[in-house]
Design a protein around this ligand. Structure first.
Ligand SMILES: NC(=O)c1ccc[n+]([C@@H]2O[C@H](COP(=O)([O-])OP(=O)(O)OC[C@H]3O[C@@H](n4cnc5c(N)ncnc54)[C@H](OP(=O)(O)O)[C@@H]3O)[C@@H](O)[C@H]2O)c1
Length: 320
């Protein structure tokens, strides 16, 4: 399969390394890479992990016309406000009948309904496993392994930075110290207050609701409360009583519509959402036929995000 990448940052490089490592068993070839500042790279024989950059193609159309990919992988910077320009990138690829995979949660949180309608109309595939929980199978698990199941709601601890910050507060650190710790671990967003104020968790809640509960919502509709108002002494005090604060994303059906929330919750230390440590994430899906299903990813990193893209690619390769 001919692959084009839009964006070549941490995730793009990890994905290119993964494709190279698996080249003997999986015939996927990166024929072009388009970035913002580095330029554009093309190679019919496969762009190397250290691309030879040319002057940037002036438009995405120009890039796609020359690269002629069968699959576009959209991995540009997240825009939490409205998901652009990634949404436009995806539409541009669909218009050329190109399948799309993304790790960018902006488009899924803001425009999943219309994008998936468009993909269906154009008869192309659209995959996004890495947008929530870094490649751990959530969407594909429901799609492939839970036929006929209706997702009624969910609860999850989905933001690594807030976990690191809350664990730091339990040890007496300030929010700012905790942010520095998360930055040193490489898990914080470019603007870490986006994590602390619950926007990342809200975008993930909207993405889960859009895909699994047909919600057609956006992060702005999520009832959102972050970590700023927590009394700095509270996490340590609660720890003494066997309790833990976590930033929980949740969704439930209320009177026919989906109610989404992000807020710090006090959990028993043995609660499944409280016991996963470090940067690990956990998600509970409440369903009609399969009760509650838990998924945990232990210390996920950029290699797991790259694997999520890879698993989407293998899935698409089966259908083309
Ligand atoms: N890092 C993770 O662990 C992780 C996990 C899950 C999901 N994600 C998502 O995956 C995406 C990529 O993350 P990352 O960590 O790889 O980000 P990154 O290191 O900041 O890289 C972003 C890339 O996008 C390019 N870019 C930005 N705007 C562009 C535009 N308009 N047209 C073409 N290229 C553009 C940048 O080009 P230049 O290089 O020229 O600046 C850069 O190569 C984000 O949406 C992120 O939220 C990341």
């Amino acid at each position: 399969l001919r692959i084009a990448l839009i964006g070549y940052g941490h995730v793009g490089k990890a994905f290119a390394r993964l494709l190279q490592a698996k080249r003997a068993s999986f015939p996927f070839r990166i024929v072009g890479i388009h970035t913002l500042r580095h330029g554009t790279a093309y190679n019919e024989g496969g762009v190397s992990v250290e691309p030879q950059w040319e002057v940037r193609a002036s438009t995405l159309e120009e890039f796609l016309a020359r690269a002629q990919p069968e699959v576009v992988v959209e991995i540009t910077t997240l825009n939490p406000e409205d998901g652009e320009p990634a949404i436009t990138h995806i539409r541009t690829a669909f218009a050329r009948q190109i399948h799309v995979i993304t790790a960018n949660k902006g488009p899924i949180a803001h425009a999943y309904g219309s994008l998936s309608d468009e993909a269906r109309r154009r008869q192309v595939e659209f995959r996004f496993e890495s947008t929530v929980m870094d490649g751990t199978p959530i969407f594909s698990n429901v799609r492939n392994n839970l036929p006929g199941v209706k997702v009624l709601g969910f609860r999850g601890v989905l933001n690594s930075t807030s976990k690191v910050v809350l664990a730091g507060m339990q040890r007496g650190l300030s929010i700012e110290d905790g942010i520095r710790e998360a930055q040193a671990m490489g898990v914080a967003e470019a603007d870490p207050w986006y994590d602390i104020d619950g926007w990342d968790s809200a975008a993930k809640a909207a993405a889960l609701a859009n895909v699994l509960m047909d919600a057609r919502t956006t992060p702005q509709t999520v009832e959102r409360k972050g970590l700023r108002d927590i009394d700095p002494a509270e996490p340590a005090r609660l720890a003494g009583a066997g309790k833990v604060i976590q930033l929980v994303s949740s969704g439930e059906c209320v009177d026919g519509s989906v109610r989404l929330r992000v807020r710090p919750e006090i959990l028993d230390q043995h609660d499944l959402l409280a016991i996963v440590k470090g940067t690990s994430n956990a998600l509970l899906l409440h369903t009609d036929l399969m009760g509650t299903i838990a998924t945990v990813s232990i210390d996920p990193g950029v290699e797991q995000t790259a694997y999520g893209l890879f698993s989407d690619l293998v899935d698409i390769a089966k259908s083309v």
